[in-house]
Every structure is written in structure tokens, then in C-alpha cells.
Design a protein around this ligand. Sequence first.
Ligand code: SAH
Ligand code: SF4
Length: 387
Amino acid sequence: MRSTPLHPVARLPEEWSVSLAARGERSFTAKQVFQWIHRRGVLDPAAMTNLPARLREHLAAEGLGEVLTPERVHRSEDGTRKLLLRLRDGATIETVLLPSVSGPGSHAQLDADAAAADDEDDDAAAEADAAPRVRVTQCISTQVGCAMGCGFCASGVAGLKRHLGAEEIAGQVLLGRAMLEEGEELRNVVYMGMGEPLHNYEATARSLRLLTHPEGINLSTRRVTVSTSGLVPEIARLGADFGGQIALAISLHAADDETRSALMPINRKHPLDELLAALRAYPLPRRRRITIEYTLVAGQNDDPAEARRLAKLLRGLPVKINLIPMNPIEASSLGPPAQERVAAFQEVLTQAGYSCFVRRRRGDDVSAACGQLVLLGAKPKVRRALG
Ligand code: SAH
Ligand code: SF4
């Protein structure tokens, strides 16, 4: 539970209703305040022109104002923008805007991948006649650093500095949306930046409610993906709290406990049989699939025999698999396998009937150290084979 009062940016309309009614404000002001913040992205009470002056003063006194300051924007040649954001206590986090890559076929595929949704292609067909928009996926952080200690990950090596508040998680999207360029549309949000979202469950869940609220940014739940290293009790909680509507991505990275525990310490607490049971129990809507992320680390988890074990392990689960050749990080000598090895691993899974993508890295030229933030993009094997 939070010991500090809820930041104004983290409050839902029903919470504004209670606090503003207690101050004698009229009932519709709660919705107005929420809309100013989350629909219009205005965090300065002085600019909330349709509110009475005494209410604007009250909001300012409550601390309503910017929660994040953009410190730097790195722009990659492929259009990826990585934002370094400073928090009020001086810590920094990163968020990335990933515009969909143009070109025949790639558009819908990238979006589908990012959102872990299966019905995107239908949408794409329905929207084909509309004015062309560049769909942007935003990758957001939930913690400063991470406590999970995965050896291939820059955040894991750094360790946990602190959790983010819901206002800081949702605030990244408010900023990202404000930085969209002509013709761009924020389409998907993926919780794949710094930190383990389910280790910061309360703030993550609240941020999901904020981002998907119809009076606010109004993202569709199926276009929001939470990625987790496998915190079993919280997977169940997320499923129950959101009725399975939030898209789920699982960082699996191995198909046997020994290999997985060596890469991901969390596996000692929640081994594979427990994790797989949690995935089977997730109340996934029909036609939707769980995304399995598999970071390929040379000499660790890239053997074709491991791919066969993976095929067996996932049998019967509605999944699609993203293979991610490890992005080298400074603090580790681990690295990605050779391309042929990646292809061989993919071949085993494709042959076993899985839809399996190799995600290439985007924004390499701005990537600095944070591997997970610069990943996106996929090509299904069949498409590559067809040229
Ligand atoms: N903590 C969550 C979400 C953030 S990490 C999780 O682990 O799922 C998002 C993804 O990036 C994870 O699949 C993670 O394993 C992957 N990742 C982290 N560091 C990486 C690296 N150096 N190269 C490739 N993938 C990496
Ligand atoms: Fe944390 Fe995810 Fe990195 Fe593991 S991969 S250390 S869980 S951010």
C-alpha cells in the first residue's frame, strides 16, 4: 500500500468525485479535471480555464503539475525516438516511441506484434481506406532499475532503485502522445521498458486503468501489453483484476528450469511448472494469444534441443513466440548467437506449428545501453521465405 497520498495525475474520475464533492465542488468538475489531465494532457492547473479559480488554486496546492521532464531525445534513422526523462527526485528513466515501419505487409504485422493481438489484421483491412496514419507503439518503464537480476539485462544488472508511481508510468504516455508528429497516432503501449511491472503491481494496475479510461487517453485494453519475467501470483491478479483483457507477454528465455534459473533468478522462486500453470489459468479472451518472449543468448539457451523442449512445453497454449537475439550490454560478456543459430532455433518452432518471429533491433544507433527498449519489428518466417 502507498504511504504517500495519491498524486493528482494518478487519480481516477471516481476518486476526484469523492475528494471534490467533499470540498463542495459541483459533480461534473471531477470529470473535467480528469479530462484536462488525461484527455488533453494539460498538467498546469492555471491553464484549466473552465474551472473556478479557487479549484485551480486547490489543484496547484495539491501538487498538480509536470511529473516528468524530457531531458534528451535521441532520434534514430529508422524513426525510433528514445526519450530520457527526469523524475522529480532527479532519477532518470527511458521511454521509446516506435513508429510502424512502412512497406507492404509490415504495417499490420508490426502492430500485431507489439500489441500481442491477433485481430489486428481485420482492423487493418477495415481501416485500409482511411487516411494513412503512422501507428506508434510506446514502450514504457515501471521502475528505476529492476530487482529481478537477469544477467543479460541492463536494468537487472543495475538493481532496483525505486518503484515508479502510477502518475510517472501514465505520465510517460502523456508525454509520448504530446510528442507525436504529424500523421502519427499512438496505437499500442507495451510495458517493456525498465523494471518488472508486476513487481510494482499497484502502480502498474492503476496506470492501466488511467490509460484505458474512456474519459482519458482511452487506449483499448487489448492494445496494452504487460511483459513480465513470471511473477506467478501477480499474473493471476492481473488476469482477475482486468478479466484477461490486458495483453500478456511472458519473458520465458528457456524451456528447462536449470537453464532458466541460470538466466533469470526469479525462476528459483516460481519455476516453469508454476509459471505454465499460471498461463493456462489466465482468462484469455477467445482468439487472443499470449506472447512468449525468448531472448537468445549464445551458448546459454540457443541450442536446437532447447527449441524442441520449448515446443513441447508450450503445446496446447495459445501463444506466439518472439525470438530476440540478445542486445549486448556493457556490464555482461553474454551476447547474441550467430544468425544461422537463430534461424535454426526458429525453424524448429515453425516446423512444430508455432507462429514464431525474430524481432530485429530498431534504433540501434541510439540504443546506448538499454537493450530491451530498442527492440521491435518482426518478420514471420513464411514472409521471408516468400521474399
Ligand atoms: N521486466 C519485464 C519487462 C521489461 S524487460 C520482463 O522481463 O518481461 C522487456 C524484455 O526485454 C524482456 O523480455 C527482457 O528479457 C528483454 N531484454 C532485457 N534485456 C535484454 C537484452 N540485453 N537483449 C534482449 N532482450 C532483453
Ligand atoms: Fe527486470 Fe525484465 Fe530486466 Fe529481468 S529482463 S532484470 S525482469 S527488466
